[in-house]
Design a protein around this ligand. Structure first.
Ligand code: SF4
Ligand code: SF4
Length: 285
């Protein structure tokens, strides 16, 4: 089963929850860090990443000796990544998604494809959890192709549980991560900002048609009742459910400042995460 851990906004505790779920799992689990702009699972797991490979996308290279400057390629590129001037072809590599359409439509076979590195995929293990991580190069914007390559490394011998740490927000990188998941777990802070972003996220996830639920993080009893009732209402209106409430905890905050997962900083939380996994697998199977 694949579970994507997501959050409408950064700082809600998504990565900490994803790592804690992996540590609380009773079955073999693989953690996949798809938060490629800022992968932190390896840091929290103190993982040693012992294997790494470059992630590339194929970008076009125009042979101007063969090119007739007909502009078929630039007209077909929906990302405006190739421009044909009267006697020159210009490729904007950082805008190119490597889709291959331009070389496909070129009538003169004037376009070849060359690999361009967009980041790295690495493998490792920490605190007994296996991890695959994607890391985008600084200044690089092509998160979805890298996320696809990270997910492709899960391989055919998939363990019973795969937890994917999604990038914050619900734009293309989140959707790319969540594709193929059996469940999406949102980590939500019971604050007005937290609720606002969660409400937007719930609309996207409803469109995706994947079962989903919420872990409320940093709950201060009695201080966010209005927001909590709004979170519950949104869940029941859009087919989600609240699976757990994690209290605001000084122990967890102190542990987080030292890079410790929640269940290490406060071991009493481990059964809460195990229960979340049981609820999800009970609902999906
Ligand atoms: S489609 Fe081919 S021939 Fe036409 S402008 Fe592009 S590269 Fe040149
Ligand atoms: S590979 Fe796709 S995105 Fe890149 S220039 Fe060609 S058509 Fe555009």
């Amino acid at each position: 089963m694949r579970i994507t851990v997501a959050s409408g906004k950064g700082g809600a505790g998504k990565t900490s929850v994803a790592v804690s779920l992996a540590l609380a799992a009773k079955e073999e689990c693989l953690l996949v860090d798809c938060d490629v702009e800022e992968p932190n699972c390896s840091l929290i797991l103190q993982a040693s990443m012992d294997k790494e490979e470059a992630a590339t996308i194929p970008v076009p290279q125009v042979n101007e000796n063969l090119c007739a400057f007909c502009k078929e390629c630039s007209k077909s590129c929906r990302f405006h990544a190739i421009m044909i001037l009267p006697h020159k072809a210009v490729v904007f590599e950082k805008m190119c998604h490597g889709c291959g359409v331009c070389s496909f439509v070129c009538p003169l076979d004037a376009i070849s494809e060359v690999p361009r590195e967009i980041g790295k995929v690495s493998w490792g293990e920490g605190r007994g959890v296996r991890l695959i991580e994607g890391r985008l190069k600084i200044g690089e914007a092509m998160a979805p192709p890298l996320i696809r390559q990270v997910k492709a490394k899960i391989g055919h011998q998939e363990p019973p549980l795969v937890i994917l740490d999604a990038p914050p927000g619900v734009s293309c990188p989140f959707v790319e991560t969540a594709k193929g998941s059996h469940y999406i777990l949102f980590v939500v802070e019971p604050t007005p900002f937290g609720y606002h972003d969660f409400e937007l996220s719930s609309r996207v996830v409803e469109e995706l048609g994947i079962p989903w639920g919420v872990v409320v993080n940093k709950d201060i009893k009695g201080q966010a009742d209005d927001t909590l009732s709004k979170i519950r209402e949104t869940c029941s209106n859009r087919g989600g459910s609240v699976l757990a409430m994690l209290p605001f905890s000084l122990e967890v905050a102190k542990g987080y400042s030292k890079g410790e997962p929640m269940v290490v900083a406060d071991p009493s939380l481990k059964p809460v995460f195990s229960e979340v996994l049981e609820k999800i697998s009970g609902g999906v199977q």
